[in-house]
Write a protein that binds this ligand. Structure first.
Ligand code: ACO
Length: 426
């Protein structure tokens, strides 16, 4: 018998099992609490609640550690490729050369979308935010690929995972091209995943497009950095949507909706806007004063889980310097503002006390801008990369025999039961 936790309520004591993971804090299993003591727990924002068991990603926020299937993110960013990380997240192990070749082939040969699907884009206004298009278009995939929506069939689950990973760059690039009024570019099977995406975004039929290996590698690394992050808001949304048995395409659309918010995936756009607003290094002290007076947040700083430097932010900072050098923007004034702001914030008592460190979004805005993307596309790129994490977590949940529909409880503080009053008597 392992450890137990005892909770005393109303004169009686309930004993609850304590579960141990391979890493991270133990968890008190409260599943029998309601039947044993007739009480719920209360944890809005899930600050102390593990919503599921998972083998995919581990974060130690105090140490600044992020592992995918046990492998540290910095090693994956340096030595692996996005598609290999996709395989790892989905299957649990790094692929052999033959497994990788088959996986790459499967993804490459699913990148096209149904021709009729392209008509969806025409229905949006040209000034639609590309995330609005993503929410609609990705949800619409369930109307096109009926042969991979039976969630009880393992083969269909895997095909839907491949389809999502393969088609999301094509859809994201179309959302971008539509906003520019440029023709859609079809995927090419002789390009790598990242190169294909950059090509679909930046090439035009009027001239040849040459890939830049530094930028392609940077794009691939940015995808790796965003591939999964355990039970964050959008991933929990995907799991909750999927727990009712909804098809995977609809679940990923729900995840994209959740990611859109400025406190989650929208933060990179906000961080860049903030740097632009500050403009020059001289304006930083005034800005920091405003943050300390709680007039605003320092976007790209702070994290619910990391109370240390976000390990992804370190890789992103290096990538940022590489990309700026490759496009000849090493003297970008916004980079100067970002580096000085980081220096000041990391030595200021207000931020130290609250354990506020740069997160992955602090440098990603400047990097993505240098790659050629407008701010409205930043969250779309995040959604593209996170799709594999969402689908891996969704698949893990469906394959868990103890899985139940997600149905939280509440602390009701509304009116007690009362009788209906006719309108003339109110
Ligand atoms: N700037 C200034 N103060 C901050 C910031 C910030 N970015 N983040 C937190 N704080 C302060 C809070 O005001 C609070 O202060 P208090 O204790 O005096 O009241 C304290 O730090 C703790 O903050 P919480 O809001 O309790 O932290 P929480 O875990 O709820 O929030 C969050 C995390 C939402 C990410 C927050 O730090 C934030 O809004 N950051 C800016 C947005 C951002 O960069 N988001 C990207 C997250 S990473 C990602 O999604 C990929």
């Amino acid at each position: 018998m392992g450890d137990t936790a005892k909770i005393g309520i109303g004169g009686s004591t309930v004993e609850l099992p304590v579960l141990k993971g391979t890493a991270g804090p133990d968890v008190v299993d409260i599943r029998k609490l309601y039947s044993g003591a007739d009480v719920f727990t209360y944890d809005p924002g899930f600050t102390s609640t593990a919503s599921c068991e998972s083998k995919i990603t581990f974060i130690d926020g105090d140490q600044g550690i992020l592992l995918h299937r046990g492998y540290p993110i910095d090693q994956l960013a340096e030595k692996s490729s996005f598609l290999e990380v996709c395989y790892l997240l989905l299957h649990g192990e790094l692929p052999t050369a033959a497994e990788y070749a088959e996986f790459e082939h499967n993804i490459t040969y699913h990148t096209m979308v149904h021709e009729q699907f392209d008509r969806f884009f025409q229905g949006f206004r040209r000034d639609a935010h590309p995330m609005a298009i993503m929410v609609g278009a990705v949800g619409a995939l369930s109307a096109f690929y009926h042969d991979s929506t039976n969630i009880d069939d393992p083969e269909q689950r895997m095909i839907s995972a491949h389809r999502m990973i393969a088609k999301i760059p094509t859809i994201a690039a179309r959302a971008y091209k539509y906003s520019l009024g440029q023709p859609f570019v079809y995927p090419r099977n002789d390009c790598s995943y990242a190169e294909n995406f950059l090509r679909m975004c930046f090439s035009v039929p009027a001239e040849d497009w040459k890939p830049n290996p530094v930028l392609t590698r940077a794009m691939d690394r940015i995808f790796i950095l965003h591939a999964d992050h355990e039970q964050n808001a959008s991933t929990s949304t995907v799991r909750l949507a999927g727990s009712s048995g909804a098809n995977p395409f609809a679940c990923i659309a729900a995840g994209i909706a959740s990611l859109w918010g400025p406190k989650h995936g929208g933060a990179n756009e906000e961080a860049l806007n903030m740097l632009k607003e500050i403009g020059t290094v001289e304006n930083i002290p005034d800005f920091v004063k405003g943050v300390k007076n709680r007039e605003r947040l320092l976007m790209g700083f702070g994290h619910r889980v990391y109370k240390n430097y976000d390990p992804r932010a370190k890789v992103m900072q290096t990538t940022c310097h590489e990309v700026l050098a490759a496009v000849g923007h090493s003297n970008d004034p916004l980079l100067k503002v970002a580096m000085e702001l980081e220096k000041i914030a990391l030595s200021d008592e207000f931020f130290i006390e609250r354990k506020l460190y740069p997160n992955v979004d602090f440098y990603s805005g400047i990097t993505l801008r240098a790659l050629g993307f407008p701010p409205e596309m930043f969250t779309v790129l995040f959604a593209l990369a996170r799709t594999v994490g969402w689908i891996a977590q969704w698949k893990e949940m469906i394959e868990d025999p103890s899985q139940k529909i997600g149905r939280p409880r509440q602390l009701y503080t509304g009116a007690p039961q009362r009788d209906y009053v006719a309108v003339e008597k109110r």
